[in-house]
Design a protein around this ligand. Structure first.
Ligand SMILES: [Fe+2]
Length: 382
């Protein structure tokens, strides 16, 4: 699958994900062949980006490049003049397999069966291999959020994010696989917590919070049932709510008393929770969540892990839509590693609200304009 700007779509291309309007209503389902009329309606709604089938990409790119020269067979260079392809960090099949593995473990726990991690171990092995192969790809965190059900998608996202950080920290594949299993199963103990507490809209009472704080212990007790799960994996589940300054739970461990990978999973856990829709609040934008991670640097989170996370996650991930100080709207093309708040962008709407056809890239680290706010795609819709 690939993400493309709507203005370069051609009739006949197939959607790889449902296209939704600003109210989350599906305009076109996945697998829909877009007609000229459909594309026009997307333009009118000011929808900027859509996911399309990878096979359609060359056709789209030819249009974008004005049918210049055709590359030799087998040498397709997917270098769009508009926007880089989204390289999926984890393939869709693997994401689905991971969701199924979590679903199966949680189902077993709910029905009182013993925990069997075989399926989880297999899928984590695949995730680690895929992510190590893609490690140079620009990370677009939005793309790991394919599934809507938080109970099953959150563990998979935390696992993927944790693996990513561990790769950047230079850990070995074997080490990361052990880690990934712990990250994938870190919250299984929540099946013991009442739904009224898990899904409460308002703040938890002291009593409810005490109950909630038991879930890492429940997770540990479940994971020890399976001898295939290593002690380090269990520690991740047991310690992911510990804080670097000792103010966490269940044991109040601090600094290096907390397992290295539990310190990584803690960041992944909070970041994914903040950027996911919950019953009691809508999801935050990546840069808002990043601000919260940074505010916990050295207190909640290990500064060494925060450094790796911030460096590789980018405050404004590629393809974020942002409003500039000039009131122009731009799309982020790539991050500047040393100035995370000033990425390279391309204008898409000028200060008068007109679409921009100029494909010029602006390096904000060398420009007087700066980012005022991150927008969502729906902000662009009338
Ligand atoms: Fe948790």
């Amino acid at each position: 699958m690939s993400k493309m700007l709507v203005k370069y779509l051609t009739p006949g291309v197939t959607t790889a994900r449902p296209i939704k309007d600003e109210n989350d209503n599906v305009l076109f389902p996945r697998g829909h062949k877009l007609t000229e009329q459909d594309i026009q309606s997307l333009v009118e709604r000011r929808i900027v980006l859509v996911f399309v089938d990878k096979e359609d990409l060359f056709q789209l790119r030819k249009k974008a490049q004005g049918d210049k020269e055709e590359p030799a067979a087998g040498s397709l260079q997917y270098k769009t003049p508009l926007i880089d392809d989204v390289q999926l960090l984890v393939s869709e099949d693997t994401q689905k397999a991971a969701i199924e593995a979590v679903h199966s473990v949680i189902g077993d726990m709910r029905s009182g069966k013993p925990l069997d991690s075989a399926q989880s171990q297999d899928v984590v092995d695949t995730m680690v291999l895929e992510m190590m192969a893609n490690k140079d790809a620009m990370v677009n965190l939005i793309d790991i959020k394919t599934f809507d059900d938080y109970t099953f998608s959150h563990p998979v996202n935390v696992c993927a994010l944790s693996i990513l950080i561990a790769i950047e920290m230079g850990c070995s594949a074997e080490e990361i696989k052990v880690f990934g299993v712990g990250a994938l199963l870190h919250d299984v103990g929540k099946v013991e917590i009442q739904d009224e507490i898990l899904n409460k809209r308002g703040a938890l009472t002291d009593e409810e919070f005490l109950e909630m704080k038991k879930h890492p212990v429940f997770s540990r007790n479940m994971l020890v049932q399976d001898k295939k799960i290593s002690e380090q994996s269990i520690n991740i589940a047991f310690q992911h709510h510990e804080k670097f300054n000792g103010a966490g739970y269940p044991q109040g461990l601090s600094g290096e008393q907390i397992d290295k990978f539990a310190r990584v999973a803690a960041i992944a856990d909070v970041y994914d929770a903040l950027t996911s829709d919950r019953i009691y609040r809508p999801k935050m934008k990546p840069y808002e969540a990043m601000k919260i991670i940074l505010s916990g640097n050295g207190t909640h989170f290990d500064p060494e892990v925060v450094k790796v996370f911030v460096k590789h996650m980018s405050v404004y991930p590629a393809e974020s839509i942002v409003r500039l100080s000039s009131n122009e709207i731009a799309i982020v093309i790539k991050a500047n590693e040393n100035t995370l708040i000033a990425p390279v962008v391309r204008l898409i709407v000028d200060k008068n609200g007109n679409k921009v056809s100029n494909k010029e890239e602006i390096n904000l680290s060398e420009d007087s304009r700066y980012i005022c706010e991150a927008l969502s795609e729906s902000d662009l819709n009338p």
